[in-house]
Design a protein around this ligand. Structure first.
Ligand code: SF4
Ligand code: SF4
Length: 182
């Protein structure tokens, strides 16, 4: 969706996510309960404030932020919010928009590689295939030695099956990916 420079983006966000950003009254409970707020360039309540300005510069700041990629969709902010504002849904929307508009923060490239490797695993097997996920992630990031020391322990505990377990209804799986990943 193209954002209108003058009208802003608040109504677009509302129609795409159902979230009315103007309902936020800046109590700060979301930021206080967010486990990764300290790592973020804009904690969740700040994200809400920037969105409320309805100003394209602030919107672009958020699209290019690390915050939207650090959010782990834990829903803690939503549970704590007195106005039941669905911040995880907003973060999803901002991530999708950042990807579409090619505004992804460079520092988030490893997180994005992990997202893609995870989705590839689900796309081809219908489940999470850990060895495939790790190999895919390492190829994407050239980070071959990361966490290599924990692999033998995980293997011995049966957490790294050599062969993937395939989902039976592959057609249905393909359909889900065709309709959701356009
Ligand atoms: S908890 Fe809800 S109302 Fe309070 S700052 Fe966060 S989003 Fe706004
Ligand atoms: S869903 Fe995201 S913003 Fe909300 S508390 Fe969890 S990590 Fe923080």
């Amino acid at each position: 969706m193209q954002i209108h420079e003058k009208k802003g983006y608040i109504s677009e966000i509302k129609s795409a996510t159902g979230v009315n950003v103007n309902r936020c009254y800046q109590c700060g409970k979301c930021s206080a309960g967010c486990a990764v707020a300290e790592e973020m360039d804009y904690p969740p309540s700040r994200v809400m404030r920037l969105l409320q300005t309805n100003h394209i510069d602030n919107y672009n700041k958020l699209l290019g932020s690390e915050t939207i990629w650090l959010c782990i969709s834990c829903q803690n902010c939503l549970t704590r919010c007195p106005m039941e504002i669905d911040i995880p849904q907003l973060m999803d929307y901002l991530r999708e928009t950042a990807l579409r508009e090619k505004k992804v923060n460079k520092k988030a490239s490893h997180i994005l590689s992990f997202h893609r490797a995870f989705l590839d695993s689900v796309r081809y097997t219908g489940r999470l295939y850990e060895i495939g996920l790790v190999a895919d992630y390492k190829v994407r990031t050239f980070n071959v030695f990361q966490d290599l020391d924990i692999a033998p322990k995980m293997f011995l505990k049966g957490k790294l099956p050599l062969m993937p377990e395939m989902v039976k209804d592959k057609k249905q799986l393909n359909k889900i990916f065709t309709t959701t990943c356009k």
